[in-house]
Write a protein that binds this ligand. Structure first.
Ligand SMILES: Cc1cc2nc3c(=O)[nH]c(=O)nc-3n(C[C@H](O)[C@H](O)[C@H](O)COP(=O)(O)OP(=O)(O)OC[C@H]3O[C@@H](n4cnc5c(N)ncnc54)[C@H](O)[C@@H]3O)c2cc1C
Length: 354
């Protein structure tokens, strides 16, 4: 294990902002992760775990402690199929690129993650915010998560119910934030399984089809739709120098939703919403942003809203983290003034004084 000093973090993130890590280690083996965690403990250094850097805003002052970049690889299928021959367990190293795993699952005709094609980042990052898109989320297929428990200094295997998955949350970014370093994730997929065509954009894409699309065709369609929204990392496309959606869709109680819908109606508008768990409704954050005076492409200095997607905040090239935060604050303020709702940011803020 090699510990480096003063490593710039901006190039290791998709938003490309922020300062350096005082200490940094890239780790390919579980033993090294353990050793690095011990180093941080012994030297009393704050620890942060970095995956693909696609859901982060790193402060301009950087990170004062140790950054561990998890690079554990390997995709294995331990007991390839179950008795029925259809369900396949994939054990995937936390450092594997997420979309490479999806591509491999699709090639093997295994359903369950194809709608999550094109999401940047690492496999280890996916359980953290229960990554989801186009009608699927990783909670649908995760069987268990193997992790180093920093509290008890031991490796544990957390079965899915212990992970507490909900919309964009899990124990890893709420109740047990900072406790676990994810080493491997086990996904159970279905060979030749049913297709997920729940999302309107996807249904529209295949509307003319007489026969059901294959998993590979769904994967390509998802990547194409994502590209058109700047939600696929494409070299040369400035609209993808982002951290993806910057705000979560607010989940409201029926009473809160009724209040909001009435406000919209009084302005002659209808707010898009979807049913959520426990008699709640999920409201489109993009709609709220666009109906609070912020159009696609709106700029504030070197930061702007994507020209293709109202929820993505973009570094125009030379933005600092403070520029992104200024734009975030302005949008939050505007939406709150217009609709009485405080949008919650989706990315993780690293090294900010709160
Ligand atoms: C263009 C674009 C499109 C996106 N589209 C979507 C989308 O459709 N749906 C969606 O849900 N997200 C989306 N995202 C957000 C992001 O890609 C996901 O959240 C992704 O899973 C983050 O993984 P990562 O490896 O990059 O994590 P990082 O950004 O490196 O880290 C994010 C958080 O996870 C933690 N973490 C990462 N790896 C580990 C580990 N091994 N152990 C413990 N903690 C860890 C970090 O400490 C941090 O708290 C998008 C982002 C971009 C830039």
């Amino acid at each position: 294990m090699t510990i480096q000093e003063y490593v710039p973090l901006a190039p290791l993130t998709t938003l490309h902002v922020g300062g350096s890590a005082r200490y940094f280690a890239e780790l390919r083996r579980e033993d090294d992760v353990r050793e690095a965690a011990q180093f941080a403990k012994t030297h009393d250094l704050p620890l942060f775990v970095l995956g693909g850097g696609s859901n982060l805003v790193v402060a301009d002052s950087g990170w004062p402690g140790l950054i561990l970049r998890i690079a554990i690889g390997g995709i294995t299928t331990p007991n390839a199929t179950d008795a029925s021959g259809t369900s396949v367990l994939f054990s995937v190293g936390a450092g594997v690129n997420w979309d490479d795993f999806v591509a491999q699952a699709v090639v093997q005709n295994c359903a369950g993650v194809e709608c999550l094609s094109g999401i940047p980042g690492s496999v280890g990052g996916t359980p953290v915010q229960n990554v989801g898109a186009y009608g699927q989320e990783v909670a649908d297929t995760i069987e268990s998560v193997r992790a180093l428990d920093l509290k008890d200094d031991r490796i544990v295997v957390l079965p899915k119910p212990a992970c507490g998955f909900r919309y964009r949350t899990s124990i890893f970014n709420t109740t047990e934030r900072g406790r676990y370093i994810i080493l491997r994730v086990n996904y159970r997929l279905k060979r030749g399984g049913a297709l997920t065509l729940k999302y309107a954009d996807l249904q529209k894409h295949f509307a003319e089809r007489k026969t059901p699309p294959s998993l590979a065709e769904i994967r390509e369609a998802v990547r194409e739709i994502r590209r058109s929204k700047g939600m696929l990392i494409v070299p040369g496309d400035d609209d993808c120098r982002s951290a993806g959606s910057f705000f979560k869709n607010p989940v409201l109680s029926e009473a809160q939703f009724k209040d909001l819908a009435e406000r919209a109606e009084s302005k002659g508008l209808e707010i898009p919403s979807y049913p959520a768990l426990d008699a709640q409704r999920k409201v489109s954050a993009a709609w709220l942003v666009e109906h609070s005076g912020f159009s696609k492409g709106y700029a504030l200095g070197p930061a702007r809203i994507s020209s293709k997607h109202a929820l993505a905040l973009i570094n125009r090239g030379d933005a600092k983290a403070s520029d992104i935060v200024r734009l975030k604050d302005e949008i939050q303020h505007g939406v709150q003034e217009a609709w009485g709702i405080l949008l919650e940011p989706e990315p993780v803020f690293v090294g900010f004084q709160i």
